[in-house]
Design a binder for this molecule. Sequence first.
Ligand SMILES: Nc1nc(=O)c2c([nH]1)NC[C@@H]1CN(c3ccc(C(=O)N[C@@H](CCC(=O)O)C(=O)O)cc3)C=[N+]21
Length: 289
Amino acid sequence: MPAQLLKGKPIADKIKEDVKKEVEDLKAKGVSPSLVAIQVGENEASKVYTNAQKKNAELCGIKYDLQELPADMTQEQLIKHIDGLNKDPNVTGIILQMPVPEQIDAKVCQWRIAYEKDIEGVTPTNMGLVTFGEPRLVPCTAQGAFELIKSTGVDLYGKEVVVVGHSDIVGKPAALLLLNSFGTVTVCHIATGQRGLTEEHVRRAEILVVAVGVPHLVKGDWVKEGAIVVDIGINVKDGKLLGDVETEVAMEKAAWVTPVPGGAGTATTAILMRNTVEAAKWQLEMKQS
Ligand SMILES: Nc1nc(=O)c2c([nH]1)NC[C@@H]1CN(c3ccc(C(=O)N[C@@H](CCC(=O)O)C(=O)O)cc3)C=[N+]21
């Protein structure tokens, strides 16, 4: 039986519906969730995301401010800018769009974001909470992948899980979330590939998450019969949008495969909205205690 498409939209719609209600509740308490996206210089992939953020924020009743800063700004200037947003009580969520220009150390700037405003979950505090199995603000794409997997109804306990890609923003947090659900998690990365061992790991995977940004790195025939495949890759090749997995061939064996586009990317933005509400609630809690 061919795979079913594991679509992001139904999950994203449900999340946004809940967020909209929560925003109304918060506003009744005098709290207005507001999201600031910092864009340093220009980038096409980032624009796709900020356009989606604007649309989603409007839909949820969240105030949205895209702050476009010059490509030649210094790291010191960006840090000052972030400090200003950290102190501003009218700003409840901050995201620093990637990539940043080369004179800026992305990690130093992300870590500068106040953890209770860190709606992307990229500060040590929020990543640490994921590591300890006490997630609060979780990286959006990793959380999206996790919720897509759970929506199939699969019990992760003891399952063979393979994550291809070990980025701080997707692969690592996705692996931790799946580990916290007692999956038997293997993480493959560049060194696995250099030894030619990625295929062997992928062939064992009952749950497969691929986030590397290499079009069709995972061949369709590597996919195990009945597997759940979450493809995070969004690659533009010859004007077409390609995932990291050879989806059409994978569909012949897998039980579930996420489409690209319309899969994990769609869930990402909805979760950013939910995190913005969670951040506002966290700040309210801190103020009251
Ligand atoms: N700090 C930071 N965090 C990110 O997570 C981040 C970033 N910077 N910079 C840019 C990339 C790119 N990115 C996307 C998110 C959603 C869609 C998305 O919604 N995609 C839709 C298609 C949307 C369309 O085609 O208009 C889909 O896959 O179905 C795409 C791309 C997040 N990124």
